[in-house]
Design a protein around this ligand. Structure first.
Ligand code: C2E
Ligand code: CA
Ligand code: CA
Ligand code: CA
Length: 279
């Protein structure tokens, strides 16, 4: 037993070392990812549950690393947030995404809205409003075609500061969404005072929906409360027809998820827009 546990520790030691090493390499290489043009945006359709039409897309960053292949944002965004890289990467992302969406909207005469994620650190950047305004102007994308998503935790970190920033963004004419709702500790009572338009229910709620009557009750009340304070509700992580139909019955407004489409490169977006039942 003793040799076994020693072995196990040795194994964890190696694993830990490899993880630290990968983190260091990614942290180093991320510094050049923008200038070497390794970052790109994948787009996932957002579908209106009533009309079953695609009303928008969420832009999600991808990093094609020369040695490690595609690195997920779940891994590199936290690394970017630890350094000052998140601001330049966030700016680069918004410039790419607004430009690509503006071109697609024009080419196909589509009224698609772009959703883009803001990191907590970006909310602290005093130049955020100017950056957003510049990206829109440069791309020729109207402000009302952009919705910026901020997580619950980013807001609760400093609610007063967040409120100021959100008001400034709102004055530009962009829409605002609260992302990953249900994973943090905010309440709708606190969010009510912020200039928000949309609430996105976290994927973890949607995944187990259908197996759990309690969860159905929770999601129903989140939707009711959100509607009561004037917010549209989007559910993310919809993977099955059952989840899709249930969310529609519960009064959810829009959905996003693999059931409809995975995030795809811009050149595949329009040809792959989800259609259901002949729509
Ligand atoms: P998020 O904003 O909550 O984005 C939704 C994530 O769920 C995406 O993961 C998406 O690919 C994934 N997803 C969508 N539908 C399904 C589904 O049906 N099933 C499952 N299992 N997953 C689904 P992704 O692209 O890996 O992004 C992870 C996170 O990285 C995002 O979570 C967001 O927090 C962050 N992120 C991505 N792009 C950006 C960005 O440009 N800026 C910032 N600050 N964060 C970003
Ligand atoms: Ca998001
Ligand atoms: Ca989310
Ligand atoms: Ca999430």
């Amino acid at each position: 037993a003793k040799t076994q546990s020693t072995k196990r520790y040795a194994f964890f030691g190696v694993e830990h070392r490899e993880r630290v090493q990968r983190h260091m390499v990614l942290d180093q290489d991320l510094r050049h990812a923008v200038s070497r043009d390794q970052l790109w945006v994948a787009y996932q359709p957002v579908v209106d549950l009533r009309t079953e039409r695609t009303v928008g897309v969420e832009g999600l960053l991808r990093w094609t690393h020369p040695d490690h292949g595609t690195v997920s944002p779940g891994e590199f965004i936290p690394i970017a947030e630890e350094s000052d890289l998140i601001n330049s990467i966030g700016t680069h992302m918004l410039r790419m995404a607004t430009r690509q969406l503006a071109a697609e909207r024009e080419r196909h005469e589509l009224d698609l809205q772009l959703n883009a994620n803001l990191s907590p650190r970006q909310l602290e950047d005093p130049h955020l409003g100017a950056m957003v305004q510049h990206a829109l102007a440069e791309a020729g994308l109207p402000a009302h075609a952009l919705c910026l998503e901020v997580t619950e935790n980013a807001i609760m970190h400093d609610p007063m500061q967040a409120a100021r920033v959100l008001r400034e963004l709102r004055e530009l004419g962009v829409y605002l969404a609260i992302d990953d709702f249900g994973t943090g500790y905010s309440s709708l009572a606190q969010l009510r005072r912020l200039p928000l338009d949309t609430l996105k229910i976290d994927r973890s709620f949607v995944t187990d929906l259908g197996d759990s009557h309690d969860l159905e009750t929770i999601v129903t009340s989140i939707i009711a409360m959100a509607h009561a304070v004037g917010l549209d509700v989007v559910a993310e992580g919809v993977e099955t027809a059952q989840q899709f139909d249930l969310l529609r019955r519960l009064g959810c407004d829009e959905v996003q998820g693999y059931y409809l489409s995975k995030p795809v490169p811009i050149d595949q977006l329009v040809t792959q827009l989800p259609r259901r039942d002949g729509l």
